[in-house]
Design a protein. Structure first.
Length: 319
């Protein structure tokens, strides 16, 4: 089994032993000097921000350097979005609206077309992550600049300072550009002790070199819902760490206690954390994360989008 969360930021319980073995092998094969170098890289890409409030205002120059690093050999921008069937704009909404929605059979995640409002989160630098390490989704907001993801994707030992978002990413191409944070909001209960009941973050983004361009105008956005009744049909989407296209799975969102949502679907690996949980085609009711760092090889989790998430959303859009 594999952990959906990177080892140093927490992990799915089934994978913690393998993480420890991997670290031991690194120590033996590479030596303590290499580990110390990597830890310096991790520290260099973290900042305290304001942990009491759960807010980080990104330094514009640092964000611009991150965008340049992503575009320097990792991702290529393409001014013309794909037209060969690799991307689509309805997010599967036709199936929902026509009454033809059915769960995946078997309940296993499979490769899927890229979607403009869903993308991969990159963190270039010496922090040990793959090129893209998490997923995110554009959410409707007054300023049209908001992305939702998991808190563990953006805060672990401090706020990540080397984040970039590529909506609609596929095969090394960012057809809708590379976007960087201006501000990151998480719940203070996450910064205090990484409480899995608060594993949600909102990022306000801009596109370097395109002043005034609004993310939502370029990609469209999903509508966020709070307090949605469960069970409900749901589709989860995300980018595996070492895949150049997303995967998805149609399943049922069920309550897992008062604060968590359970999504039974196999083969949802690392990197999908922060990816959306959608119902009614374009309604966001969760992001992959929460319990056990997002789940195990058979089950994924999200936190329940209740009053706490509503308050965080409002803070992120009105501050």
């Amino acid at each position: 089994m594999s952990s959906r969360v990177q080892g140093r930021e927490g992990g799915r319980t089934a994978a913690r032993g393998s993480v420890a073995v991997g670290l031991l092998c690194t120590l033996v094969l590479a030596g303590a000097g290499y580990v110390a170098w990597e830890l310096r890289g991790i520290a260099a890409n973290r900042t305290d921000g304001d942990p009491a409030l759960g807010v980080y205002q990104q330094d514009p120059e640092r964000a611009d350097r991150t965008a340049s690093a992503v575009l320097d050999g990792i991702v290529r921008e393409d001014p013309d979005p794909p037209t060969d069937g690799k991307a689509f704009a309805d997010g599967g909404a036709v199936n929902w609206r026509s009454g033809g929605w059915e769960p995946s059979d078997p309940l296993e995640a499979r490769p899927a077309p890229a979607e403009p409002a869903i993308g991969a989160l990159f963190s270039p630098g010496n922090d040990g992550d793959p090129d893209h390490h998490c997923s995110g989704v554009v959410v409707r907001s007054p300023a049209g600049d908001l992305v939702a993801t998991a808190a563990h994707c953006v805060y672990g030992g401090g706020f990540r300072t080397n984040l970039a978002f590529a909506p609609g990413y596929r095969d090394g191409i960012a057809p809708y550009g590379v976007w960087v944070p201006t501000r990151i909001d998480v719940d203070p209960r996450w910064t205090a002790d990484q409480d899995p009941d608060h594993d949600i973050a909102f990022l306000r983004l801009r596109r370097p070199g395109y002043p005034g361009q609004r993310l939502e105008d370029v990609t469209g956005a999903e509508t966020i819902a709070f307090g949605r009744e469960l069970p409900a049909p749901a589709r989860l989407v995300g980018y595996p760490n070492f895949s150049e296209q997303p995967l998805d799975c149609r399943t049922t969102a069920r309550p897992a206690g008062p604060t968590q949502v359970r999504l039974d679907c196999a083969d949802v690996p690392n990197g999908t954390s922060g990816g959306p949980v959608l119902t009614d085609g374009h309604t966001l009711i969760g992001v992959i994360g929460g319990r056990d760092g997002g789940g195990d090889d058979e089950t994924s989790y999200s936190i329940h989008f209740g009053d706490g998430v509503r308050a965080l959303y409002e803070r992120s859009t009105h501050s």
